[in-house]
Design a protein. Structure first.
Length: 151
């Protein structure tokens, strides 16, 4: 292998490494300032609201009745995703799947058909986002505070 082709191979590996690192970064959204005041009970109310958040229209949500099946069930979510991954999926699922039907709840980028009064605003407030994450990560053990609600 000549020096220049070896060099090209290194450059290709370096680029590959960079791309997979940035893909990883898009997978996670660090906690916002509202995490400290997050409320599991408010999160529960937000998740079950069919008009404003609409989460239960598309998801089966642990502890809530009558979830939809357009999106994956959120039962057992805490076992397959951590807080930063869950936060990112709610804030802007397009970063993981540009064709997703799930709305971007905490982004003002590239949203279509926004009613004028709401331009520049996110669908959920930062506090609401953290409330929902807190509910989805709550203690689901049978002895936990909401364990008896588990379906
Ligand atoms: C219009 C339907 C729809 C609505 C409304 C919706 N989602 Fe989703 N959601 C999806 C779909 C579909 C996916 C699968 C991801 C994809 O499309 O790539 C998903 C994925 C997710 C995931 C990742 C699940 C996993 O197993 O990886 C979470 C967490 C989530 N949604 C939470 C929410 C929350 C919280 C709300 C309400 C604030 C919500 N979703 C509203 C359709 C929806």
């Amino acid at each position: 292998m000549s020096l220049s082709s070896r060099c090209r191979t290194w450059v290709a590996w370096a680029m590959l490494g960079f791309c997979s690192l940035s893909a990883l970064a898009q997978d996670r959204l660090p906690a916002t300032a509202w995490k400290a005041s997050a409320s599991v009970e408010r999160g529960r109310a937000l998740l079950s609201n069919r008009q404003d958040s609409g989460c239960v229209l598309c998801h089966v949500v642990p502890g809530l009745v009558g979830g939809g099946d357009i999106g994956p069930s959120l039962v057992g979510l805490a076992e397959r995703a951590d807080a930063e991954q869950i936060r990112q999926r709610i804030a802007d699922p397009r970063l993981l799947n540009p064709d997703t039907v799930m709305p971007a709840y905490f982004s003002t980028q590239g949203l279509q058909r926004v009613v004028t009064a709401y331009v520049g605003q996110t669908v959920l407030s930062g506090q609401a986002l953290e409330d929902i994450v807190a509910y989805l990560l709550r203690d689901q053990s049978p002895t936990g505070p909401l364990g008896s609600h588990r379906p």
